[in-house]
Design a binder for this molecule. Structure first.
Ligand SMILES: *[C@@H]1O[C@H](CO)[C@@H](O)[C@H](O)[C@H]1NC(C)=O
Ligand SMILES: *[C@H]1O[C@H](CO)[C@@H](O)[C@H](O)[C@H]1NC(C)=O
Length: 517
Protein backbone atom coordinates (compact mmCIF):
# COMPACT_ATOMS: atom_id res chain seq x y z
CA UNK A 1 0.00 0.00 0.00
CA UNK A 2 3.04 2.19 0.42
CA UNK A 3 3.07 2.61 -3.33
CA UNK A 4 0.06 4.92 -3.39
CA UNK A 5 -1.10 7.80 -1.29
CA UNK A 6 -4.05 6.68 0.79
CA UNK A 7 -6.31 9.16 -0.97
CA UNK A 8 -5.60 7.62 -4.34
CA UNK A 9 -6.16 4.15 -2.95
CA UNK A 10 -9.54 5.06 -1.50
CA UNK A 11 -10.60 6.63 -4.76
CA UNK A 12 -9.79 3.48 -6.71
CA UNK A 13 -11.64 1.26 -4.30
CA UNK A 14 -14.76 3.43 -4.22
CA UNK A 15 -14.93 3.73 -7.96
CA UNK A 16 -14.21 0.05 -8.34
CA UNK A 17 -16.94 -0.85 -5.89
CA UNK A 18 -19.57 1.24 -7.64
CA UNK A 19 -18.67 -0.30 -10.93
CA UNK A 20 -18.81 -3.80 -9.47
CA UNK A 21 -22.21 -3.27 -7.89
CA UNK A 22 -23.83 -2.02 -11.07
CA UNK A 23 -22.16 -4.77 -13.07
CA UNK A 24 -23.37 -7.43 -10.63
CA UNK A 25 -26.91 -6.23 -10.80
CA UNK A 26 -26.95 -6.44 -14.56
CA UNK A 27 -25.23 -9.81 -15.01
CA UNK A 28 -27.31 -11.64 -12.45
CA UNK A 29 -30.50 -10.64 -14.31
CA UNK A 30 -29.29 -11.83 -17.69
CA UNK A 31 -30.28 -15.30 -18.77
CA UNK A 32 -26.78 -16.13 -19.94
CA UNK A 33 -23.21 -15.66 -18.86
CA UNK A 34 -20.00 -15.40 -20.86
CA UNK A 35 -17.25 -17.93 -20.29
CA UNK A 36 -13.78 -18.44 -21.66
CA UNK A 37 -11.82 -21.68 -21.67
CA UNK A 38 -8.12 -21.66 -22.44
CA UNK A 39 -6.38 -24.27 -24.53
CA UNK A 40 -2.83 -23.83 -23.30
CA UNK A 41 0.54 -25.19 -24.36
CA UNK A 42 2.68 -25.24 -21.21
CA UNK A 43 6.38 -24.56 -20.98
CA UNK A 44 8.67 -25.61 -18.15
CA UNK A 45 9.04 -22.07 -16.89
CA UNK A 46 6.50 -20.75 -14.40
CA UNK A 47 7.41 -17.19 -15.42
CA UNK A 48 6.70 -17.88 -19.09
CA UNK A 49 3.39 -19.61 -18.32
CA UNK A 50 2.38 -16.85 -15.95
CA UNK A 51 3.15 -14.10 -18.48
CA UNK A 52 1.04 -15.92 -21.06
CA UNK A 53 -1.83 -16.35 -18.56
CA UNK A 54 -1.79 -12.60 -17.88
CA UNK A 55 -1.74 -11.80 -21.57
CA UNK A 56 -4.80 -13.99 -22.11
CA UNK A 57 -6.67 -12.49 -19.15
CA UNK A 58 -6.05 -8.98 -20.50
CA UNK A 59 -6.70 -9.87 -24.16
CA UNK A 60 -9.48 -8.38 -26.25
CA UNK A 61 -11.07 -11.78 -26.77
CA UNK A 62 -11.37 -12.20 -23.01
CA UNK A 63 -12.84 -8.79 -22.38
CA UNK A 64 -16.50 -9.83 -22.15
CA UNK A 65 -15.99 -12.97 -20.10
CA UNK A 66 -17.41 -13.34 -16.62
CA UNK A 67 -15.26 -16.38 -15.92
CA UNK A 68 -12.08 -17.82 -17.43
CA UNK A 69 -10.92 -21.39 -16.89
CA UNK A 70 -7.27 -22.38 -17.33
CA UNK A 71 -6.23 -26.01 -17.80
CA UNK A 72 -4.62 -28.47 -15.48
CA UNK A 73 -0.89 -28.61 -14.96
CA UNK A 74 0.13 -25.65 -17.06
CA UNK A 75 1.39 -23.17 -14.48
CA UNK A 76 3.77 -24.34 -11.79
CA UNK A 77 5.49 -27.65 -11.21
CA UNK A 78 6.62 -29.52 -8.15
CA UNK A 79 9.31 -26.90 -7.53
CA UNK A 80 6.84 -24.08 -6.96
CA UNK A 81 4.09 -25.47 -4.80
CA UNK A 82 2.01 -22.85 -3.06
CA UNK A 83 -0.14 -22.68 0.01
CA UNK A 84 -3.75 -21.99 -0.91
CA UNK A 85 -6.04 -20.14 1.47
CA UNK A 86 -9.06 -21.85 2.89
CA UNK A 87 -11.99 -20.37 0.93
CA UNK A 88 -13.99 -19.97 4.16
CA UNK A 89 -11.53 -17.28 5.24
CA UNK A 90 -12.20 -15.20 2.10
CA UNK A 91 -8.57 -14.22 1.76
CA UNK A 92 -7.47 -11.89 -1.01
CA UNK A 93 -3.80 -12.68 -1.73
CA UNK A 94 -3.47 -9.55 -3.87
CA UNK A 95 -4.33 -7.33 -0.90
CA UNK A 96 -3.20 -9.40 2.05
CA UNK A 97 0.15 -10.63 0.76
CA UNK A 98 1.24 -8.18 -1.94
CA UNK A 99 4.93 -9.07 -1.51
CA UNK A 100 4.18 -12.82 -1.84
CA UNK A 101 5.85 -13.75 1.41
CA UNK A 102 3.40 -16.53 2.28
CA UNK A 103 1.70 -17.47 -0.97
CA UNK A 104 3.79 -17.99 -4.08
CA UNK A 105 4.30 -15.06 -6.44
CA UNK A 106 2.14 -16.51 -9.15
CA UNK A 107 -0.84 -16.96 -6.82
CA UNK A 108 -0.65 -13.32 -5.71
CA UNK A 109 -0.16 -12.07 -9.27
CA UNK A 110 -3.16 -14.04 -10.54
CA UNK A 111 -5.28 -12.80 -7.66
CA UNK A 112 -4.38 -9.25 -8.72
CA UNK A 113 -5.06 -10.11 -12.37
CA UNK A 114 -8.57 -11.38 -11.52
CA UNK A 115 -9.11 -8.16 -9.55
CA UNK A 116 -7.85 -5.86 -12.28
CA UNK A 117 -9.85 -7.61 -14.98
CA UNK A 118 -12.86 -8.03 -12.66
CA UNK A 119 -13.41 -11.65 -13.67
CA UNK A 120 -13.71 -15.00 -12.00
CA UNK A 121 -10.59 -16.98 -12.76
CA UNK A 122 -10.07 -20.69 -12.29
CA UNK A 123 -6.55 -22.07 -12.21
CA UNK A 124 -5.07 -25.44 -11.35
CA UNK A 125 -1.94 -25.59 -9.31
CA UNK A 126 0.22 -27.81 -7.17
CA UNK A 127 -0.78 -27.01 -3.63
CA UNK A 128 1.10 -27.80 -0.46
CA UNK A 129 -0.44 -28.17 2.94
CA UNK A 130 1.18 -29.13 6.21
CA UNK A 131 0.11 -32.62 7.21
CA UNK A 132 -0.41 -31.46 10.79
CA UNK A 133 -3.25 -29.23 9.57
CA UNK A 134 -5.31 -32.39 9.14
CA UNK A 135 -4.80 -34.18 12.47
CA UNK A 136 -7.49 -36.77 11.75
CA UNK A 137 -5.45 -38.09 8.78
CA UNK A 138 -3.37 -40.91 10.26
CA UNK A 139 -1.72 -41.92 6.99
CA UNK A 140 2.06 -41.51 6.94
CA UNK A 141 3.16 -38.02 6.01
CA UNK A 142 5.99 -37.32 3.58
CA UNK A 143 9.35 -36.57 5.26
CA UNK A 144 9.14 -32.82 4.63
CA UNK A 145 5.88 -32.61 6.55
CA UNK A 146 3.74 -31.61 3.57
CA UNK A 147 0.95 -33.07 1.50
CA UNK A 148 0.85 -31.94 -2.11
CA UNK A 149 -2.42 -31.77 -3.98
CA UNK A 150 -3.53 -31.20 -7.53
CA UNK A 151 -5.84 -28.30 -6.82
CA UNK A 152 -8.23 -25.97 -8.61
CA UNK A 153 -8.33 -22.45 -7.19
CA UNK A 154 -11.05 -19.93 -7.97
CA UNK A 155 -10.58 -16.17 -7.61
CA UNK A 156 -13.63 -13.93 -7.66
CA UNK A 157 -13.77 -10.52 -9.35
CA UNK A 158 -11.99 -8.94 -6.39
CA UNK A 159 -9.19 -11.50 -6.34
CA UNK A 160 -10.49 -13.34 -3.27
CA UNK A 161 -9.96 -17.11 -3.18
CA UNK A 162 -13.56 -18.28 -3.04
CA UNK A 163 -13.13 -21.95 -3.84
CA UNK A 164 -10.58 -24.73 -3.78
CA UNK A 165 -10.95 -28.26 -5.06
CA UNK A 166 -8.39 -31.04 -4.64
CA UNK A 167 -8.43 -33.77 -7.26
CA UNK A 168 -9.85 -37.06 -6.03
CA UNK A 169 -8.93 -39.49 -8.81
CA UNK A 170 -5.22 -39.04 -9.45
CA UNK A 171 -3.91 -40.27 -12.77
CA UNK A 172 -0.68 -41.81 -11.55
CA UNK A 173 0.58 -38.38 -10.49
CA UNK A 174 2.97 -38.08 -7.54
CA UNK A 175 0.37 -36.18 -5.54
CA UNK A 176 -1.61 -36.88 -2.40
CA UNK A 177 -5.30 -37.50 -2.11
CA UNK A 178 -7.27 -35.79 0.61
CA UNK A 179 -8.21 -37.74 3.72
CA UNK A 180 -11.82 -37.68 2.52
CA UNK A 181 -12.97 -36.62 -0.95
CA UNK A 182 -13.85 -32.92 -0.83
CA UNK A 183 -16.80 -31.82 -2.95
CA UNK A 184 -16.53 -28.23 -3.93
CA UNK A 185 -18.86 -25.62 -5.41
CA UNK A 186 -18.88 -21.84 -5.62
CA UNK A 187 -21.52 -19.21 -6.19
CA UNK A 188 -21.02 -16.28 -8.52
CA UNK A 189 -22.44 -12.77 -8.75
CA UNK A 190 -24.05 -13.74 -12.06
CA UNK A 191 -26.37 -16.15 -10.34
CA UNK A 192 -24.72 -19.44 -11.30
CA UNK A 193 -23.29 -22.02 -8.91
CA UNK A 194 -20.40 -24.05 -10.29
CA UNK A 195 -19.06 -27.40 -9.27
CA UNK A 196 -15.55 -28.41 -10.11
CA UNK A 197 -13.56 -31.48 -10.87
CA UNK A 198 -10.31 -32.24 -12.67
CA UNK A 199 -9.39 -34.39 -15.65
CA UNK A 200 -9.62 -38.12 -14.81
CA UNK A 201 -12.36 -37.35 -12.24
CA UNK A 202 -14.83 -37.20 -15.16
CA UNK A 203 -14.96 -41.00 -15.27
CA UNK A 204 -16.05 -41.40 -11.65
CA UNK A 205 -19.06 -40.80 -9.47
CA UNK A 206 -17.34 -38.71 -6.78
CA UNK A 207 -17.23 -35.78 -7.14
CA UNK A 208 -18.33 -35.14 -10.75
CA UNK A 209 -21.57 -37.11 -11.06
CA UNK A 210 -22.33 -36.72 -7.39
CA UNK A 211 -22.51 -32.94 -7.83
CA UNK A 212 -24.91 -33.43 -10.76
CA UNK A 213 -27.09 -35.54 -8.47
CA UNK A 214 -27.01 -32.68 -5.97
CA UNK A 215 -28.49 -30.36 -8.60
CA UNK A 216 -25.37 -28.55 -9.83
CA UNK A 217 -25.84 -27.60 -13.50
CA UNK A 218 -22.59 -25.78 -14.33
CA UNK A 219 -19.05 -27.11 -14.10
CA UNK A 220 -15.49 -25.90 -14.48
CA UNK A 221 -13.16 -28.60 -15.65
CA UNK A 222 -9.42 -28.04 -16.07
CA UNK A 223 -7.75 -31.01 -17.71
CA UNK A 224 -4.58 -32.45 -19.10
CA UNK A 225 -6.32 -35.37 -20.69
CA UNK A 226 -4.39 -38.10 -22.47
CA UNK A 227 -6.71 -39.19 -25.24
CA UNK A 228 -7.37 -42.83 -25.98
CA UNK A 229 -9.03 -44.41 -29.00
CA UNK A 230 -11.72 -45.39 -29.61
CA UNK A 231 -13.88 -44.22 -26.66
CA UNK A 232 -11.96 -41.76 -24.56
CA UNK A 233 -10.55 -38.86 -26.52
CA UNK A 234 -10.89 -35.48 -24.84
CA UNK A 235 -13.65 -33.57 -26.63
CA UNK A 236 -15.55 -36.82 -27.28
CA UNK A 237 -15.87 -37.54 -23.56
CA UNK A 238 -16.48 -33.90 -22.61
CA UNK A 239 -19.41 -33.61 -25.01
CA UNK A 240 -20.80 -37.01 -24.01
CA UNK A 241 -20.65 -36.18 -20.30
CA UNK A 242 -22.27 -32.75 -20.69
CA UNK A 243 -24.95 -34.24 -22.97
CA UNK A 244 -25.78 -37.22 -20.79
CA UNK A 245 -26.06 -35.09 -17.66
CA UNK A 246 -27.62 -32.13 -19.48
CA UNK A 247 -25.32 -29.57 -17.87
CA UNK A 248 -23.03 -26.71 -18.85
CA UNK A 249 -19.39 -27.75 -18.93
CA UNK A 250 -16.40 -25.41 -19.26
CA UNK A 251 -13.52 -27.67 -20.21
CA UNK A 252 -10.05 -26.28 -20.52
CA UNK A 253 -7.25 -28.50 -21.81
CA UNK A 254 -3.49 -28.51 -21.80
CA UNK A 255 -2.33 -28.30 -25.42
CA UNK A 256 0.55 -30.60 -26.32
CA UNK A 257 -0.64 -33.06 -29.00
CA UNK A 258 2.79 -34.64 -29.44
CA UNK A 259 2.55 -35.64 -25.77
CA UNK A 260 -1.00 -36.91 -26.33
CA UNK A 261 -2.94 -34.06 -24.80
CA UNK A 262 -5.31 -31.44 -26.22
CA UNK A 263 -9.03 -30.76 -26.11
CA UNK A 264 -11.14 -27.90 -24.78
CA UNK A 265 -14.72 -26.90 -25.19
CA UNK A 266 -17.78 -25.10 -23.94
CA UNK A 267 -20.79 -27.39 -23.84
CA UNK A 268 -24.45 -26.68 -23.25
CA UNK A 269 -26.01 -30.01 -22.33
CA UNK A 270 -28.33 -31.46 -24.93
CA UNK A 271 -27.39 -28.75 -27.41
CA UNK A 272 -23.81 -29.95 -27.69
CA UNK A 273 -20.83 -27.68 -28.03
CA UNK A 274 -20.72 -23.92 -28.41
CA UNK A 275 -16.96 -24.04 -28.82
CA UNK A 276 -14.62 -26.99 -29.13
CA UNK A 277 -11.06 -27.52 -30.17
CA UNK A 278 -8.80 -30.52 -30.60
CA UNK A 279 -5.38 -29.52 -31.86
CA UNK A 280 -3.36 -31.99 -33.89
CA UNK A 281 -0.33 -29.78 -34.49
CA UNK A 282 2.09 -28.24 -32.01
CA UNK A 283 -0.59 -26.94 -29.67
CA UNK A 284 -1.55 -23.36 -28.88
CA UNK A 285 -2.37 -20.73 -26.26
CA UNK A 286 -5.83 -19.50 -27.11
CA UNK A 287 -8.99 -18.50 -25.29
CA UNK A 288 -12.35 -19.72 -26.63
CA UNK A 289 -15.35 -17.70 -25.58
CA UNK A 290 -19.09 -18.43 -25.63
CA UNK A 291 -22.30 -17.27 -24.02
CA UNK A 292 -23.99 -20.00 -22.03
CA UNK A 293 -27.69 -19.99 -21.29
CA UNK A 294 -28.34 -20.38 -17.58
CA UNK A 295 -30.10 -23.55 -16.64
CA UNK A 296 -32.91 -21.97 -14.65
CA UNK A 297 -35.53 -22.37 -17.35
CA UNK A 298 -33.60 -25.20 -18.97
CA UNK A 299 -33.72 -23.29 -22.23
CA UNK A 300 -32.15 -24.57 -25.41
CA UNK A 301 -30.14 -22.27 -27.53
CA UNK A 302 -29.55 -21.91 -31.24
CA UNK A 303 -25.96 -22.52 -31.96
CA UNK A 304 -23.39 -21.13 -34.24
CA UNK A 305 -20.71 -23.75 -33.95
CA UNK A 306 -17.18 -23.17 -35.04
CA UNK A 307 -14.64 -25.96 -35.20
CA UNK A 308 -11.02 -25.38 -34.50
CA UNK A 309 -8.78 -28.08 -35.78
CA UNK A 310 -5.98 -28.61 -38.18
CA UNK A 311 -6.92 -31.18 -40.78
CA UNK A 312 -3.59 -32.09 -42.33
CA UNK A 313 -1.95 -35.19 -40.93
CA UNK A 314 -2.12 -35.65 -37.20
CA UNK A 315 0.74 -35.11 -34.80
CA UNK A 316 -1.42 -36.50 -32.08
CA UNK A 317 0.36 -39.10 -30.03
CA UNK A 318 -2.80 -40.92 -29.15
CA UNK A 319 -3.13 -43.81 -26.73
CA UNK A 320 -5.23 -46.88 -27.26
CA UNK A 321 -7.79 -48.35 -24.93
CA UNK A 322 -7.45 -52.10 -24.59
CA UNK A 323 -9.90 -53.85 -26.94
CA UNK A 324 -8.62 -57.42 -26.85
CA UNK A 325 -11.27 -58.50 -24.37
CA UNK A 326 -14.12 -57.22 -26.51
CA UNK A 327 -16.35 -59.60 -28.42
CA UNK A 328 -16.30 -58.19 -31.92
CA UNK A 329 -16.99 -58.77 -35.55
CA UNK A 330 -15.63 -57.08 -38.65
CA UNK A 331 -18.09 -55.26 -40.93
CA UNK A 332 -18.26 -56.91 -44.35
CA UNK A 333 -17.33 -53.78 -46.28
CA UNK A 334 -16.52 -54.51 -49.92
CA UNK A 335 -15.06 -51.92 -52.20
CA UNK A 336 -17.67 -50.63 -54.64
CA UNK A 337 -20.62 -52.29 -52.84
CA UNK A 338 -23.28 -50.97 -50.53
CA UNK A 339 -24.03 -53.08 -47.50
CA UNK A 340 -25.95 -53.52 -44.29
CA UNK A 341 -25.76 -55.54 -41.13
CA UNK A 342 -28.30 -56.41 -38.48
CA UNK A 343 -26.73 -58.27 -35.62
CA UNK A 344 -26.90 -59.04 -31.92
CA UNK A 345 -23.54 -59.32 -30.18
CA UNK A 346 -23.18 -60.47 -26.58
CA UNK A 347 -20.41 -60.47 -24.02
CA UNK A 348 -21.54 -62.74 -21.22
CA UNK A 349 -25.15 -61.80 -20.49
CA UNK A 350 -24.78 -58.31 -21.84
CA UNK A 351 -26.09 -57.92 -25.42
CA UNK A 352 -26.38 -55.12 -27.96
CA UNK A 353 -28.39 -54.97 -31.14
CA UNK A 354 -26.78 -53.27 -34.14
CA UNK A 355 -28.51 -52.11 -37.32
CA UNK A 356 -26.13 -50.57 -39.82
CA UNK A 357 -26.19 -49.62 -43.47
CA UNK A 358 -23.54 -48.02 -45.61
CA UNK A 359 -22.95 -46.77 -49.10
CA UNK A 360 -19.70 -47.27 -50.93
CA UNK A 361 -17.79 -44.14 -51.91
CA UNK A 362 -15.74 -43.64 -55.04
CA UNK A 363 -12.73 -45.93 -55.17
CA UNK A 364 -9.79 -44.47 -53.35
CA UNK A 365 -6.57 -43.82 -55.18
CA UNK A 366 -4.18 -46.73 -55.29
CA UNK A 367 -1.79 -47.06 -52.35
CA UNK A 368 -4.07 -45.10 -50.09
CA UNK A 369 -5.00 -46.99 -46.97
CA UNK A 370 -8.44 -46.90 -45.40
CA UNK A 371 -9.96 -47.87 -42.11
CA UNK A 372 -12.01 -51.00 -41.74
CA UNK A 373 -14.74 -51.23 -39.11
CA UNK A 374 -15.73 -53.57 -36.31
CA UNK A 375 -18.69 -53.74 -34.04
CA UNK A 376 -17.74 -54.71 -30.52
CA UNK A 377 -19.08 -55.20 -27.03
CA UNK A 378 -17.51 -55.44 -23.59
CA UNK A 379 -18.62 -55.78 -20.02
CA UNK A 380 -16.04 -55.66 -17.24
CA UNK A 381 -13.48 -53.58 -15.41
CA UNK A 382 -11.24 -51.24 -17.33
CA UNK A 383 -7.76 -52.53 -16.80
CA UNK A 384 -5.62 -49.45 -16.37
CA UNK A 385 -2.68 -50.40 -14.22
CA UNK A 386 -2.30 -48.79 -10.78
CA UNK A 387 -5.20 -46.40 -11.36
CA UNK A 388 -8.73 -46.14 -10.08
CA UNK A 389 -10.82 -48.19 -12.47
CA UNK A 390 -14.49 -48.30 -13.26
CA UNK A 391 -16.81 -50.96 -14.57
CA UNK A 392 -18.05 -50.48 -18.10
CA UNK A 393 -20.70 -51.87 -20.41
CA UNK A 394 -19.81 -50.59 -23.86
CA UNK A 395 -21.04 -51.38 -27.31
CA UNK A 396 -20.26 -49.70 -30.54
CA UNK A 397 -18.70 -49.41 -33.93
CA UNK A 398 -15.03 -48.48 -34.22
CA UNK A 399 -12.25 -48.35 -36.80
CA UNK A 400 -9.32 -50.66 -37.37
CA UNK A 401 -6.27 -50.38 -39.56
CA UNK A 402 -6.23 -54.11 -40.32
CA UNK A 403 -8.26 -57.30 -39.94
CA UNK A 404 -7.48 -58.17 -36.35
CA UNK A 405 -8.86 -56.63 -33.18
CA UNK A 406 -5.25 -55.67 -32.38
CA UNK A 407 -5.41 -53.25 -35.31
CA UNK A 408 -8.38 -51.37 -33.89
CA UNK A 409 -8.23 -48.10 -32.02
CA UNK A 410 -5.22 -46.79 -33.87
CA UNK A 411 -4.89 -43.66 -35.95
CA UNK A 412 -3.71 -44.06 -39.50
CA UNK A 413 -0.86 -41.60 -40.05
CA UNK A 414 -2.56 -39.41 -42.63
CA UNK A 415 -6.14 -38.38 -43.20
CA UNK A 416 -7.58 -41.28 -45.12
CA UNK A 417 -10.05 -41.45 -47.92
CA UNK A 418 -13.13 -43.07 -46.39
CA UNK A 419 -14.38 -46.22 -48.13
CA UNK A 420 -17.98 -45.84 -47.04
CA UNK A 421 -20.50 -43.40 -45.76
CA UNK A 422 -22.95 -44.71 -43.16
CA UNK A 423 -26.56 -44.15 -44.10
CA UNK A 424 -27.99 -45.88 -41.06
CA UNK A 425 -26.51 -46.42 -37.61
CA UNK A 426 -28.53 -47.72 -34.73
CA UNK A 427 -27.59 -49.42 -31.48
CA UNK A 428 -30.20 -50.75 -29.07
CA UNK A 429 -29.35 -52.05 -25.62
CA UNK A 430 -31.12 -52.89 -22.42
CA UNK A 431 -28.91 -51.64 -19.61
CA UNK A 432 -29.29 -52.90 -16.05
CA UNK A 433 -30.50 -50.53 -13.38
CA UNK A 434 -27.83 -49.39 -10.97
CA UNK A 435 -27.59 -46.91 -8.15
CA UNK A 436 -24.81 -44.86 -9.72
CA UNK A 437 -24.16 -45.05 -13.43
CA UNK A 438 -23.93 -42.91 -16.54
CA UNK A 439 -24.86 -43.91 -20.09
CA UNK A 440 -23.46 -41.60 -22.70
CA UNK A 441 -23.38 -41.21 -26.47
CA UNK A 442 -19.77 -41.66 -27.51
CA UNK A 443 -18.76 -40.71 -31.05
CA UNK A 444 -15.70 -39.59 -32.94
CA UNK A 445 -14.84 -38.42 -36.45
CA UNK A 446 -11.38 -38.56 -37.96
CA UNK A 447 -10.78 -34.89 -37.12
CA UNK A 448 -10.90 -36.12 -33.48
CA UNK A 449 -14.13 -34.24 -32.80
CA UNK A 450 -17.43 -35.92 -31.94
CA UNK A 451 -20.75 -35.81 -33.78
CA UNK A 452 -22.92 -32.99 -32.53
CA UNK A 453 -26.38 -33.84 -31.15
CA UNK A 454 -28.13 -32.47 -34.25
CA UNK A 455 -26.76 -35.52 -36.13
CA UNK A 456 -27.93 -38.19 -33.72
CA UNK A 457 -30.94 -39.42 -31.79
CA UNK A 458 -30.60 -40.68 -28.26
CA UNK A 459 -33.37 -42.06 -26.14
CA UNK A 460 -33.27 -43.71 -22.79
CA UNK A 461 -36.30 -45.12 -21.02
CA UNK A 462 -36.63 -47.02 -17.83
CA UNK A 463 -38.69 -50.00 -18.97
CA UNK A 464 -38.75 -51.95 -15.72
CA UNK A 465 -37.32 -51.87 -12.24
CA UNK A 466 -34.30 -53.70 -13.54
CA UNK A 467 -33.68 -52.13 -16.88
CA UNK A 468 -33.22 -49.13 -19.12
CA UNK A 469 -33.77 -49.27 -22.85
CA UNK A 470 -31.32 -47.15 -24.80
CA UNK A 471 -31.55 -46.42 -28.48
CA UNK A 472 -28.74 -44.49 -30.11
CA UNK A 473 -28.89 -43.76 -33.82
CA UNK A 474 -27.96 -41.46 -36.62
CA UNK A 475 -30.78 -39.02 -37.25
CA UNK A 476 -33.08 -39.83 -40.17
CA UNK A 477 -31.63 -38.84 -43.56
CA UNK A 478 -28.24 -37.98 -42.08
CA UNK A 479 -25.15 -39.67 -43.45
CA UNK A 480 -21.73 -39.81 -41.92
CA UNK A 481 -18.38 -40.64 -43.42
CA UNK A 482 -15.00 -40.13 -41.73
CA UNK A 483 -16.41 -41.93 -38.72
CA UNK A 484 -14.04 -43.44 -36.14
CA UNK A 485 -16.44 -44.34 -33.33
CA UNK A 486 -20.17 -44.64 -32.79
CA UNK A 487 -20.85 -46.16 -29.39
CA UNK A 488 -22.73 -46.17 -26.12
CA UNK A 489 -20.41 -45.84 -23.15
CA UNK A 490 -21.98 -47.45 -20.10
CA UNK A 491 -20.08 -46.27 -17.04
CA UNK A 492 -21.10 -48.25 -13.96
CA UNK A 493 -18.48 -46.68 -11.68
CA UNK A 494 -18.10 -49.30 -8.96
CA UNK A 495 -20.82 -51.72 -10.18
CA UNK A 496 -21.59 -53.19 -6.75
CA UNK A 497 -25.04 -51.64 -6.76
CA UNK A 498 -26.01 -52.83 -10.22
CA UNK A 499 -29.13 -54.90 -10.53
CA UNK A 500 -28.39 -58.60 -10.84
CA UNK A 501 -24.94 -58.32 -9.27
CA UNK A 502 -24.36 -59.76 -5.81
CA UNK A 503 -26.57 -61.61 -3.36
CA UNK A 504 -30.20 -60.88 -2.57
CA UNK A 505 -29.08 -59.19 0.67
CA UNK A 506 -26.63 -56.97 -1.17
CA UNK A 507 -29.30 -56.08 -3.71
CA UNK A 508 -31.67 -55.08 -0.94
CA UNK A 509 -28.95 -53.02 0.72
CA UNK A 510 -28.60 -51.15 -2.57
CA UNK A 511 -32.28 -50.31 -2.50
CA UNK A 512 -33.54 -52.67 -5.21
CA UNK A 513 -36.76 -54.57 -4.77
CA UNK A 514 -35.77 -58.12 -5.49
CA UNK A 515 -38.20 -59.93 -7.82
CA UNK A 516 -37.65 -63.28 -6.07
CA UNK A 517 -38.89 -61.99 -2.72
C1 LIG B 1 1.71 -38.12 0.26
O1 LIG B 1 2.57 -38.56 -0.76
C2 LIG B 1 3.87 -38.89 -0.31
C3 LIG B 1 4.70 -39.19 -1.54
O2 LIG B 1 4.10 -40.14 -2.33
C4 LIG B 1 3.80 -40.05 0.65
O3 LIG B 1 5.09 -40.38 1.13
C5 LIG B 1 2.90 -39.68 1.80
O4 LIG B 1 2.74 -40.79 2.64
C6 LIG B 1 1.55 -39.20 1.30
N1 LIG B 1 0.78 -38.71 2.42
C7 LIG B 1 -0.39 -39.16 2.76
C8 LIG B 1 -1.03 -38.49 3.91
O5 LIG B 1 -0.93 -40.06 2.17
C1 LIG C 1 -2.33 -29.06 -11.68
O1 LIG C 1 -2.49 -30.40 -11.73
C2 LIG C 1 -1.44 -31.18 -12.18
C3 LIG C 1 -1.81 -32.59 -12.22
O2 LIG C 1 -1.09 -33.35 -11.38
C4 LIG C 1 -0.20 -30.93 -11.40
O3 LIG C 1 0.87 -31.75 -11.76
C5 LIG C 1 0.12 -29.52 -11.61
O4 LIG C 1 1.34 -29.20 -11.07
C6 LIG C 1 -1.01 -28.73 -11.07
N1 LIG C 1 -0.79 -27.35 -11.13
C7 LIG C 1 -0.34 -26.65 -12.12
C8 LIG C 1 -0.48 -25.22 -11.97
O5 LIG C 1 0.13 -27.08 -13.10
Amino acid sequence: MAKYSSGFFLFCITLGLMFELSQQASVSKRDYYTAGVVEFRPSNLVSDNLAAYLEIIQSKNASFTDIIVFPESTLNDMGATSFVPNPEHLINPCLSDPKATYYEDFLVILSCAARNASKYIVINLTEKQMCEDVPEDSRPCALDGFNVFNTNVVFDRQGVVVSRYRKVHLYGEPKNSTFRPELSTFETDFGVTFGHFICFDILFYTPAHQLVDQGVTDFVYPAMWFSQLPFLTAVQIQLGWAYANDVNLLASGASDPAMGTSGSGIYHGRSGSLERVMRQDAGERTIYVAQLPKYKGRRRMKRDLRDHQVATGSRFNIKRDYLENFSSEELPVESGKNGHLSKILCHGDFCCHYDLAWRSLANPAENSSSYSYRIGIFEGWRNEKRLDVNYIRNCGLFTCSGNSIDDCGRLLPDLEHPLVTFTHLEIRVTYPQSREFLLLPDTLLDNLLPLEPKYFEWSRQQTSEEGHQVRFGLRQSQEVSNLLTFAIYGNYYYNDCTFGVGTVEEQLACGFKHPKI
